[in-house]
Ligand binder design. Sequence first.
Ligand code: NAP
Ligand code: MN
Length: 269
Amino acid sequence: MKFAIVSRGDERSNKITAKMKQYLIDFDLTYNEESPDLVISIGGDGTFLEAFRRYVDKLETTAFLGVHTGHLGFYTDWTSEEIEKLVIEIAKTPFHVVEYPLLEVIIRFEGEEKPHRILALNETTIKTVEGSVVFDVQIRGEHFETFRGDGLCISTPSGSTAYNKALGGAILHPSLEAIQVAEIASINNRVFRTIGSPLILPKHHTILLKPLQKNSFIIAIDHLTESYSNVRSIQCRVAKERVRFVRYRPFPFWNRVRDSFVTEIKKFD
Ligand code: NAP
Ligand code: MN
């Protein structure tokens, strides 16, 4: 089996990375950053998002695993104290894979420029540098509303515990093949009206945002933010691709939610 490791880059994560790499090589696994079967992220959820981004074009052949070197994360279920145990699992046990849905974002432009198609593990947010965004929002090809406000956040089920949660969105179990649309400070008064509550769209239902005033936007995909001009439309739906997580032991999603948001902080070291 071929593996690669993505570290957060701090001293602690780098130390654990070096240790784990050596252990796995000692167990006859091959370090290969080009086409790994297994990608191990060492750091936080942010590191995991970076690992996902690096291998987003190889999702079919790559499975991911996260080790956290800070607090418990949503994509990182192994602690740095469990490295030896984890290495033995990787070397000796065939892994079980769990798949989660992803979000497909297609940005289309005025003129000749080719559309950008991007996959998100957590979410996309669409904002502007100045003033508010004004979109014609279509769902399944039908006009739904005219949105005015700071922006919109469209998230995956596994991303629903991130930015989406801060916007008052629901937490979705990742076995649900859906995306969630949450408003970021919509303007609601006698003139402008939006739905005001988060929407959950099933597979095959597309949301299309058509800019009505400006066409320059700040579009974030997970931890990466870019500015785009001449935007004609932004389309979002559940992607046909899925992300594969390696599981050597069960860690139910709701336990993760509880341990991250409800239970008092557990000390790992
Ligand atoms: P960051 O600013 O370090 O991330 C913010 C926090 O979100 C961190 O604590 C991060 O965990 C956590 N996080 C990431 N993915 C998560 C998930 N699926 N469920 C629950 N928490 C999650 O930046 P980052 O580490 O590069 O992460 C980028 C993400 O930050 C974006 O995808 C977005 O979801 C989130 N974000 C949130 C807000 C907000 O809540 N107001 C605003 C902007 C961005 P770690 O500390 O383990 O990395
Ligand atoms: Mn982070």
